[in-house]
Design a protein around this ligand. Sequence first.
Ligand code: ADP
Ligand code: MG
Length: 305
Amino acid sequence: MKKVLEELNDNGFKSLNYNLDLEYDKALENEDFKKLVTDLKLARKFLIKYTSILEKSSKEYANCSKCKGIFECKNKILGHCYVPKVEDDKLIFEYKICKYNIDLEEKRKHQKNIYFSHVPEDIKNASIEDVYMNDKARFDVIEYLQKFINDYQKKKEMKGLYLNGSFGCGKTYLVSAAFNELAKKGYKSAIIFWPEFLQELRSSFESDFKEKFDYIKKVPLLLIDDIGAESVTEWARDDIFCPIVQYRMENHLKTFFTSNLTLEELEEHFSVTKGKVDSVKAKRIIERVRQLTSDMSIISKNLRK
Ligand code: ADP
Ligand code: MG
């Protein structure tokens, strides 16, 4: 019986090796794979056990060799390549950061100073240098923001902006570009996409809620993005928005708003909750927003692609 088992094992092992050999030879037909395993300088009998994982790695390598920038990355983890390396005579695999990603991380170092809540990548990376200068409609706003960047913390009476305009005209981009510039100087800010942030707060547990709410109240620079796009509830207006603007006003914390609505339209928006009209409350809130900001509008085409 023992002999039969030994024979079976032996045959099983042989056929396993045979399959590994076949798979490895097939993979070797690919030039990228061939180059990768040749560079590893390991014995074939060892490498054949790793064919499929080496294939994965060689595909990622090949993607990297053709790549011209992180935004074309085809690999599984953005800006990383799955690479084999030999350590203590063992073959191990790891995700290695690519050169474009290192450059990008360097460029984005300052972004640790900005808290983003539901903000798309292009807005996160907005920069004053890349701002389109071909449209006069934005000049006044750009000028205001430049001044704000230069004078922030030098002049106490400076105000944020209430920036209104149509969808896609570049409101969020411009304020975000200014915050990025200020982040490079070490100033902390937050960019909050208001409708989503409210949803997030609503579903947060108590301690989490308090932490987020307090942070937004107290962060030195704040952009409340797309105010007026949320559905108004008494909770959102009286328990969230109002205390935030009240606190920021009392403590001279610079606050920006973007909206598709003018301030007059925002007042109307805030005056109705579930069919209940409260124009006095709405007026009071808008007064606070006016205290915090200079009112500007952009009339321009939709830049969204
Ligand atoms: P809004 O907030 O007014 O709806 P966004 O700021 O989101 O519009 O801008 C719409 C798109 O146009 C974004 O994808 C952004 O990348 C681009 N964009 C807007 N303004 C500029 C600008 N001044 N320079 C470069 N790109 C811009
Ligand atoms: Mg916007």
